[in-house]
Design a protein around this ligand. Sequence first.
Ligand code: PEP
Ligand code: MG
Length: 557
Amino acid sequence: MPDLRGTGVSPGVGAGPVRMMGGSVPEPPPDERHGGDAAAERARAHEALHAVAADLEARGAKAGGAAQEVLAAQALMAGDPGLGELVDAKIDAGMAAARAVFEGFAGYRAALAGAGDYLAARVADLDDVRDRVVARLGDLPMPGVPASAEPFVLVARDLAPADTALLDPESVLAFVTEEGGPTSHTAILARAIGVPAVVACAGCTTLPEGSVILVDGGTGTVTVDPAPGDIAAADERTAARAAASAASGPGRTADGHEVPLLANIGGPRDIAAAVSVGAEGVGLYRTEFLFLDRAEPPTVVEQEAAYRAALDAFPAGPVVVRVLDAGADKPLAFLPPGDEPNPALGERGLRMLQRYPEVLADQLAALARAGETGSGELRVMAPMVADAADARYFADVCRAAGIASAGVMIEIPAAALRARDIAGEVDFFSLGTNDLAQYAFAADRELGALARLQDPWQPALLDLVATAATAAAGAGKGCGVCGEAAGDPALACVLVGLGASSLSMSPPSLPLVRAALAGHPLDACRRAAEAARAAGTPAAARTAARAHLSLLPSLGL
Ligand code: PEP
Ligand code: MG
């Protein structure tokens, strides 16, 4: 089989046997009946329920932490005696075990779905248990991440964020998906757990189960049946990267130009990873991730604690908190959107908060209180700012709430083009290259088919970055980059060359960005940036920039 190409979204190399993600389990036919031996059929059903419960428990014990809680709760569902009785009664009436299990779960499903938002969110977990039992009874592949005694490369059409969060970096060497773009939230999670990943890889689901592949999450190549030499070369690069990652200290170019290296976090539980790689602060606190599964807005007291945790963890550094970016691909139950045919172009981000000003007021009050009592330097920014009027609105509400530093994300092309107007209204910019690419190229960031247009090396995207960074510098304001582009070591050098004053990224990306910057003087970064902007395609931009970043190969990059 020829080698495959996709988009590398989480750097590193992994080689191993392919294990396919289990697909959906079909509903057993309603009229399916057993052969007449009800006792044997009941025994089959109970064996399957117990085996699934035991498997979920074992996987939970291995995963530990939050995953263990979720899996233990699922195991309880499978072992519930009431469910067993329901299934028995249906089998006694002649129904086949798989159908009896399916219908037995249906009663629980209806009860959960009607029992409030928190429990309704558990319906998916219940469905997963049901599908596992039905799959076992029908000898079908298990849904979800496969169990395997040896480490493997996970191949899937797509991975839900929940699947990605449960991936165990010890047993999953890499993953490859047919769908998904470089800035999809699944790709962001892959980087957060540090597993090499390639997305938008056409044809990967036809790879034979068990065949060996080599996945390069940097270049996006998937080599089928790699020669031992390919694996050895990949191992050498991995070793060079590991050595380069060992350096510590603040971000700076080879000639000492300071570029603070900050972390993207989604809540207090991400802080330890950020501290462990020596992040100098937080450049993007995605506060919506704190509240994705909540039916009610969180209280001011709860929010204050979540923000203060980050401020106390980084007493010397900035902590840039983004107010809720709800809507489109991150809906929040307590901020329902209007009836919109195009949610990505609708009331998301700051627009949504303007619709619900009391939610914004509470969040700013919590931030102001955390800023007063926490140790680090609080900065607050708004997502989805389109023009100077949006920026002024946000700066005004921040000042009224007592927040000293108010900024905006530059992630809408209009805002980048007229950044000079916006710079006069706020204290800083943070470039969100993920949405900036999505909106500049009119290409949905979740769609694998459009990954080419989401490539952060697109020269048009680099032009927008340069325009915004130049406007910020002209106004004497900082201009960080917090989109995923900042975590690509070569592109990080280019962004600094374009005028980025800080870089914020998923913690696992930080050590190699630090090494790439330390290897090149500011002048080389500027030349790399110029060369990239002069190119006509993302591939040409990459090649042209790398010609000026001569130390990258020795870092395994
Ligand atoms: C961005 O759009 O680049 C960004 C950093 O925000 P998010 O990925 O959360 O939309
Ligand atoms: Mg964004």
